[in-house]
Design a protein around this ligand. Structure first.
Ligand code: BEZ
Length: 211
């Protein structure tokens, strides 16, 4: 069954390129990004894994661990990592799950039979420290993911977990945010001392509270 926002992120124990992992234990108190790759030695996936490695400091600064999954085996992954490091000028330093039995792919509904009976689509699951699904994005195999968007979603999730705000269209760090409708007008000065603007009674903006 498809996983939805707010659902428990299924746990699993798997072999990865960094050793055996119990997913929930490995996450600890971190946020997590779990994302799928249709197969090893494929061009788009090679660029995506390279980009993830290049952005290692960005994920770390967001207290976020990244875990990739591909249905090929460990030996295949290890050989592929050498190619990724060579061609993408990076050092893959995060685990890639070997999922030949499609345990993770099935638990996270990453195989969409009307796209392919065997290969995963490009799923991205954002998982909170409480091990709940916070967001997900799905792309077809032919569309490489936008990692600026993945980092932006993490920023939004982490901000909105801590403040009564939501992030508007195309928001990025440092821009004004929306005060959620649950906040009463009279509560705004106490909750948002940096000030606010009422554009419409339902559209109230405030500077990003943690900047
Ligand atoms: C790729 O990663 O390049 C890819 C994988 C499956 C289908 C199309 C592209």
């Amino acid at each position: 069954m498809a996983l939805r926002i707010g659902d428990d992120a299924p746990n699993f124990q798997v072999e990865t390129t960094e050793g055996k992992i119990d997913f929930h234990e490995w996450l600890g108190d971190s946020w997590g990004v779990l994302y799928s790759h249709p197969a090893d030695y494929t061009p788009v996936c090679t660029t995506e894994l390279g980009r993830t490695a290049q952005l290692g400091d960005e994920f770390a600064s967001r207290n976020t661990k990244v875990l990739a999954v591909s249905v090929d085996d460990l030996e295949s992954h290890q050989g592929w990592i050498k190619d990724i490091n060579e061609t993408q000028n990076c050092e893959v330093n995060f685990p890639i799950i070997a999922d030949p039995d499609r345990v993770v792919a099935t638990a996270y509904d990453m195989i969409h039979p009307n796209a392919s009976a065997t290969a995963t689509v490009r799923s991205v699951f954002f998982i909170g420290p409480d091990k709940k699904i916070k967001a997900s994005i799905t792309y077809p195999a032919s569309t490489g993911r936008n990692f600026a968007e993945i980092l932006r979603v993490i920023d939004s999730l982490q901000l909105t977990a801590n403040f009564s705000v939501a992030t508007p269209a195309d928001w990025v760090q440092g821009q004004d945010v929306v005060i959620t409708p649950a906040v009463k007008d009279e509560e705004i000065p106490g909750k948002f001392p940096k000030g606010h603007t009422v554009i419409k009674p339902y559209l109230r903006m405030t500077p990003q509270p943690d900047k």
